[in-house]
Design a protein around this ligand. Sequence first.
Ligand code: PLP
Length: 441
Amino acid sequence: MTRPATSLAEADLAHFFHPQTNLAVHAETGPLVIDRGEGVFLWDDSGRRYLDAMAGLWCVGLGYSEPRLAEAARRQMERLPYGQSFGSRAHEPGIRLAERLAALAPAGLSRTFFACSGSEANDTAIKLAWYLWNARGEPKRKRILARRRAYHGVTQASASLTGLPLIHAGFDLPLPFVHHLTAPHVIQQAWPHESEEEFALRLARELEATIADLGAETIAAFIAEPVMGAGGVILPPRGYFDAIQPILRRHDILLIADEVITGFGRLGTLWGSDALGLAPDILTCAKMLTSGYQPLSAVLLKEDLYQEIAAQSGANGGFGHGFTWSAHPVAAAVALAVLDIYEERDILGHVAQVAPHFQRRLALLGQHGLVREARGMGLIGGIEMRAGADALRLQAAALREGLLVRAVGGDTVALCPPLVIGAEEVEDLFDRLARALRALD
Ligand code: PLP
């Protein structure tokens, strides 16, 4: 191969359009080019090593060097590298994965529709809710309730569900079908002297009042991440989901759980819904479904909802939604191998073992003067800084310590390491982060 005339950095600056990046800053700084990975570590193209405390983008649960996943992809590529699922066509990995997810899913979510990203999954969930209410003869039910600081993706619909100003800025979003409620963010939104439980009840009263105001007959669904990730690692106040679910049920409003980050063990349980007590009608997941090795997402729904949709599709002459790469066989084969490994290696057991250690070290960071709160659950953590700029400074200082973290939600540094992280690597992670924090003094 002839050697390209330009360096990677030059070619990047000339041609690569970076997603979710401050492009003006990028023109000055250039890219961080990652060359290879092993376990929880990454190396850049100059040979420098980093501990990836974000598992890529909350996804590489099994770390960067799992040979069985490469082998599963290779075998599937050799046998059937592409297979579609429109018009009743099917293939073994897609069918087996749907069957497997039905066995793992929270009660009753036994049907799976596949897409390629979290955004597409949430977009699909909204379309399913609309389709369903149209089928039920309630076409006015189009509104979706979401929360400020939620992150649900970047397609026009999922970006609209997202409650972060940066995701809307310059795009004329959110679209008017979304109504945002208060973020369930205790330290920012609870009143002084209000307990978590009282705050949760106040949020439930806000929901009730919003439904009364908009009219239940105009609301299709409520969407929530069990724990908010990209909005700032926000754990809802105690009692929140217990307080709001009966209200949703009373008004026949569907509950969509966005488990794109929380699915497959992040919070110490297989699903965030298990950890937080959600009983969703529709659940979206992605990321750790393939440990990030392939782009794949899934929308799980209850069988009775599927049957209603199926009947309507007969009347409509077909179900007019699906992607070229829905249930891509290579992605599905990798997902099946991932689920095997999660079980064989008892990944949930491993998370149960390391998470208390992770959370203890995380909590200690809360004592630093620049930190407003250090919070987390399972193997996710958020370090909320006193000023928004401090989150970006900490991200930069961590990078200098060879640690990849991510400033999210404007004021918080997120931690979300691979689930396979070991006890010594947890020490290493927090030693680097503590040094980075001290460097800000
Ligand atoms: N939902 C949640 C909770 C997410 O965290 C993300 C991405 O981080 C998405 C949806 C969007 O996923 P994707 O980037 O695959 O479109």
